[in-house]
Design a protein. Structure first.
Length: 139
């Protein structure tokens, strides 16, 4: 099972996140709630989607022997105006630089598979996931 722990830093609403693999990240909010010292949780969600689809796109484009030179994955989300301000639409745009002639059909196939077949973040957001919550006292 994948796992991450988000620990409150004690400073306003800043959290330090540690993954089971030992890597870390920080999240915060803009003033007045936070100090604007890190990415917002909603931005991290969009970034997770962009990096997940992006790394799969790189692997697939290389497998398909496409002359990839650069890749940026732009992810934009529209949110409800009312709380909890859920995302109502998310748009992913792959901005690709080439180092030679590429096959548009293979590129489109690779990008489709990167999103719809191999990215667990995309699958979670597009299919919906049951989320449960509970609590326990710290010792």
């Amino acid at each position: 099972m994948a796992k991450a722990v988000a620990r409150w830093s004690g400073q306003k609403v800043r959290f330090e996140i540690e993954s089971a693999s030992g890597h870390g990240a920080s999240v915060d909010e803009a003033p007045i709630f936070g100090d604007d010292g890190a990415m917002r949780p909603t931005e991290m969600l969009l970034g997770a989607l962009g990096s997940c689809t992006g790394l799969n796109a790189v692997l697939l484009l290389k497998k398909f022997k496409q002359p990839l030179k650069s890749l940026a994955v732009e992810v934009e989300g529209e949110q409800d105006k009312e709380w909890p301000r859920a995302f109502t639409r998310i748009e992913i745009t792959f901005v690709i630089g080439w180092d030679g002639k590429h096959d548009n059909e293979q590129v489109d196939s690779a990008l489709d598979m990167a999103c719809n077949r191999y990215c667990p973040i995309h699958a979670t957001l597009s299919r919906g996931t049951k989320i449960a919550h509970g609590r326990k006292d710290a010792h």
